[in-house]
Design a protein around this ligand. Structure first.
Ligand code: PLP
Length: 381
């Protein structure tokens, strides 16, 4: 049968991380270092709240923006953690994961033909958002020599009259970079001077290892939309719940986009999210401490072999240099998996800047990290 699919969607590549993951699944015993999700179970008090919600009949639709009682709790978290003041009635919407919230913001802001500035290396899902929105992805380099921070001169030079949105992701996937306040101010200056909206993906806001993390929206610009998730801080990836905050007209637009594609996030997940915010926050700190320990361990081992590109300060990833292999990182990742039984995410999945690097996930046990990095060093040698 001849399918008439959307050209832009048909031509877009699937995730290059999934490709390696699918190969790894077929090889039992593989050390999985490509996976980008926490390896901890969802804390039991959150699971219990979901069970109770079902028993109590919280099983119907909610408002598209989510339960007001949850948005009120989110307003409290935004104030406590991010220093952001938001009206729960008009300036917050819940979405299906951080990704759903970000996609709704993009959908609310862009017209076909607009340009969207994306980080390279960057999370591949942003690129896919430019396919269905019929916009053009323009990549700003965040090179390893810069600690994977943005090259501000190059970024400024990429702005055109069609630039509508600048996507900023700090703490960053895949590099773990957390941008300094000077860099944050400079990014906002570029955006503000050109009337560009900023979508600040702060999904790893509570996974920062060194120093303080400051949310971009607290620097005084009113063109910043911020996105968050329960996936990372509370190990709730499968519950599919995140949220966005910012200008009320943009949030209202995002709600319309969400109306068209999800109606609302699962009510059971929303009740679980309430429990996450109401309950003790030690679980967030304990997971962060575990990632920090793994970061220290992995960095020391990579450094010893001259493979560390930059020390991550947040999120749960570290980039390793595989340029010694003399091949692109996708070919390298496949070969490494087949010959040494370890799966890593190829830098090519995140853009061109990381073409000779691989991403190692710290959401893996210390033993797996040690063994996997040991095999990487050996293989490269
Ligand atoms: N943003 C970044 C940079 C991510 O890495 C992820 C998940 O991997 C997300 C957003 C969204 O995650 P979720 O949709 O599970 O909230």
């Amino acid at each position: 049968m001849l399918y008439q699919l959307s050209n832009s969607v048909r031509e877009a590549a699937h995730s290059g991380i999934r490709e390696i993951g699918n190969l790894a699944i077929k090889r039992p015993g593989t050390i999985r270092l490509e996976v980008g999700q926490p390896d901890f179970p969802t804390p039991p008090h959150i699971v219990a709240a979901a069970k109770l919600a079902m028993d109590e009949g919280w099983t119907g639709y909610t408002a598209t923006a989510g339960l007001l009682s949850l948005r009120e709790r989110i307003a409290g978290k935004l104030q406590r953690v991010n220093g952001i003041t938001a009206d729960p009635e008009a300036e917050i919407t819940i979405g299906p994961g951080g990704v759903g919230a970000i996609a709704a913001l993009v959908g609310a802001l862009v017209e076909p033909g607009d340009e969207v500035l994306l980080p390279d290396p960057g999370w591949p899902n942003y690129r896919l958002m430019t396919t269905w929105s019929d916009t053009r992805a323009v990549y700003y380099p965040c090179p390893a020599e810069n600690g994977f921070g943005p090259d501000l001169e190059q970024l400024a030079a990429l702005v055109t009259p069609r630039t509508k949105v600048l996507v900023v992701n700090s703490p960053n996937n895949p590099t773990g970079a957390v941008y300094s306040q000077d860099v944050q101010r400079a990014l906002l200056e570029i955006a503000d001077s050109h009337g560009v909206w900023v979508v600040s993906d702060e999904c790893y806001d509570e996974l920062v290892f060194d120093g303080e993390f400051k949310s971009l929206a607290t620097f005084g610009s009113d063109r910043v939309l911020s996105a968050y998730t329960f996936s990372k801080s509370y190990s709730m990836t499968g519950w599919r719940i995140g949220y966005a905050t910012g200008d009320r007209q943009v949030i209202d637009g995002a709600v319309k986009v969400l109306e068209s594609n999800s109606s609302c996030v699962s009510t059971i997940s929303q009740k679980a999210a309430e429990a996450a915010l109401d309950g003790p926050q030690d679980c967030v700190g304990e997971m962060r401490d575990a990632y920090r320990r793994r970061r220290d361990l992995a960095c020391a081992q990579l450094e010893e072999h001259g493979l560390l590109l930059a020390r991550p300060s947040g999120a749960f990833y570290v980039m390793a240099d595989v340029s010694a292999a003399g091949i692109d990182s996708r070919s390298f990742a496949i070969k490494f998996l087949e010959e040494r039984g370890v799966s890593v995410a190829p830098g090519t999945a995140f853009g061109e800047v990381g073409a000779h690097a691989v991403r190692i996930s710290l959401a893996s046990s210390e033993a797996d990290l040690q063994e996997g990095i040991g095999r990487l060093a050996e293989f490269l040698a």
